[in-house]
Write a protein that binds this ligand. Structure first.
Ligand code: CBH
Ligand code: ZN
Length: 404
């Protein structure tokens, strides 16, 4: 069964049924030694192109219909931020290499290619609309010249910056469908704009698809996206579609800024990894909520994406991913009878897995620094982070933890 028959057009595919996004690139490539945690920048598209191609191919084999060029945090100000050398490759070269790579992998498989924008240091440092738009236009130049099927503006804590990025895409790349997703919780963005209202603002800015990505687990991202669905429909934007690309980690204890506030971020999140059966439950709930662009973000590995495309294969015209798993047939071949006894999907869907850590707390205490764009502590610069800056940050943390 072909991946998605008929028109190439992205929006037409959404109108016909669910499309599956890809998963988390920076986290997957950091685990494989190709991305630096901290900067999280995508210089691997030039320094290790084969590693990036391999990951695109694994997501495609797992069922991804939409593959995003690996241009996350590839704005020039981010590539050069705090003495990071990724900027030496040049913003045009990095974004161009990412688009070439994703096209080489995706088009032979019948998928669609997305250009990607994300939040910038310029915004949290200056809050200046002209400076922010000028910064992202350096990337849009590449997506316009190289050509992409759609744009994904992702990972914004402030709806205001997302609106500006959507406006820049509409101005600079007219006619290209625009998706936009915020990394906020079910309540509000970090400036206190209610989540539903954020969806309406983004629809008003001209986005074709609005939703949530990253920072929270699939079920909290579902709660946030449902807020947007209700508000956007109530505001009369009945042509707007919805997207969701959550974490592959459970984070019921995360506060305003999601998993980056948790003490386990970024190197000890493994105990929180979602099972593929939790992912099937998430995919079904997202589809039933009317969300039609369903994917993943940090911590989402190809087997998680495979679970989404397995769960929604009927809704996708019977397409099953190449690596689909038959949860009964395969285990029936195991040498041990007690493993064969687990050869049913029902067994796995009802299991409450142990964590293997008898002394671990089930939840952690989240850092709630409460600072956001415009605050001295989040101002960005090209020079390396200084010792004084690290110490002043720790002193600030001690002070707020004392007050907590
Ligand atoms: N499309 C991107 C999304 C990355 S969201 C990154 C979260 C960590 C950012 C940070 O800590 O600054 C990807 O697939 O990696
Ligand atoms: Zn993410």
């Amino acid at each position: 069964m072909p991946r998605s028959t008929g028109v190439r057009g992205f929006l037409e595919r959404l109108d016909r049924g669910p499309v599956i996004g890809d998963g988390g690139f920076v986290f997957a490539l950091e685990k494989r030694g190709y991305v630096q945690a901290g900067p999280w920048t995508p210089e691997a598209v030039i320094e290790h192109p084969e590693a990036v191609k391999q990951l695109h191919r694994e997501f495609l084999r797992a069922g991804s219909d939409i593959c995003q060029a690996f241009t996350f945090y590839a704005s020039e100000d981010k590539l050069k931020n705090r003495g990071h050398g990724a900027g030496n490759h040049g913003v045009y070269a990095i974004n161009k290499a990412a688009v070439e790579i994703v096209k080489e992998c995706t088009y032979p498989e019948g998928g669609l290619v997305a250009g990607g924008l994300s939040q910038t240091p310029t915004y949290i440092t200056t809050l200046n609309k002209d400076l922010v738009k000028a910064e992202v236009k350096k990337q849009l130049e590449v997506f316009k010249t190289e050509g992409v099927d759609l744009m994904i503006c992702e990972y914004y804590e402030h709806v205001e910056e997302a609106e500006w990025h959507v406006e820049a895409v509409k101005e600079f790349m007219p006619g290209v469908p625009v998706c936009v997703s915020l990394c906020i919780n079910e309540t509000s963005d970090v400036h206190g704009v209610p989540t539903g209202e954020c969806g309406v603002k983004l629809a008003r800015a001209g986005a074709d698809v609005v939703g949530i990505n990253c920072h929270f687990d699939p079920f909290r991202c579902l709660a946030a996206t449902k807020e947007m669905v209700a508000a956007v429909k109530k505001a009369g934007f009945d042509k707007v579609h919805f997207m969701i690309q959550p974490l592959g980690y459970m984070t019921p204890d995360a506060s305003v800024q999601g998993f980056i506030d948790l003490p386990e971020f970024p190197f000890a999140l493994e105990p929180r990894v979602c099972t593929r059966f939790e992912m099937m439950r998430y995919a079904r709930e997202a589809y039933d909520a009317g969300i039609r662009f369903i994917g993943g973000c940090c911590g989402f590995e190809p087997y998680h994406i495979r679970a989404l495309s397995e769960e929604l294969s009927k809704e996708r015209g019977g397409y099953m991913p190449v690596g689909a798993v038959n949860y009964g047939k395969f285990l029936e071949k195991h040498t041990k009878p007690w493993v064969r006894a687990r050869a049913s999907k029902e067994y796995w869907q009802t299991l409450k897995p142990g964590t293997g850590r008898p002394y671990s707390a089930s939840l952690s205490r989240s850092d709630q620094w409460g600072v956001t764009a415009g605050h001295e502590l989040v101002k960005q610069h090209e020079e390396e982070t200084t010792k004084e800056e690290l110490e002043s940050g720790l002193a600030f943390k001690k002070q707020i933890m004392k007050e907590a």
